[in-house]
Design a protein around this ligand. Sequence first.
Ligand code: GLN
Length: 296
Amino acid sequence: MSASAEQGNQTVESARRTLAARLKAAGNDAAELDARLLTGAATGLDLTGMVTGAKRLLTPDESTCLDDFARRRLAGEPVARIVGVKEFWGLPLHLSAATLVPRPDTETVVERALELLRADNAAERALRIADLGTGSGAILLALLSELPNAHGFATDISGEALRTANRNAAELGLADRTTWIECDYGSGLTGAFDLIVSNPPYITTADIAGLDIEVREHDPRAALDGGADGLDAYRALISQSAGLLTPHGFLVVEIGQGQADDVEALMTASGLSPTGPPKADLGGVPRAVSGRRLPR
Ligand code: GLN
């Protein structure tokens, strides 16, 4: 019997279990979670619905859909891409081919930025925030969700990414506090900003071929490739940012493994002084580097 005929006779619960077993057999170490997310997306059921609806049969359409999801997952496509949504900072975000899947690591950038603003008693102010290379809008929308009077300006070289980010802002009720600008990093912005954030591409070109298939084949290359030494984007955006910040404004950027010293040196060379050691992500890897403009 084919996998689809098999699933056509299955309940929600048995379909989920069958899929989990297939994913596990293929070496997926998040098989249970992936199966739950994919079954939920194929049936339109949330977690509670999958419990209360465990015994109902899949419709033929749901079965076909789940089959397609299974095939794509087994071929290495990330669950977030298949279902088109990923949660970041507790916010559900739509994705598109032009956006990275937001990573939990990137929440470190949000945390560092909020720490700096709160230490300055600035969280309630009418802050102007810029996010350079916003993608799905993850960092900016997380910040706006925490900073009630802030306005966000987000740039991206990809119009498609900006449309995705704009849709996310609208669905989160944040659209009236966002402005989208299609440009390279900060090139289309005029200051001054209290805070600039960015998760730029930082993988060296040579390392891209060795990344997991989920990243290598499914994340947009322009959002990953940081050039020969991985630092191209920082060279551009740090010097731009120095000219766009208010006299005491902050810059917070995500970095890749081992890039902290180089990125701090670029900040210092542009007149930004590090605001303490890099902040580590949940895996203990230094992930967010921050600097503050020195009064001139
Ligand atoms: N964090 C991503 C990865 O390692 C890279 C994203 C980026 O280059 N900014 O897969």
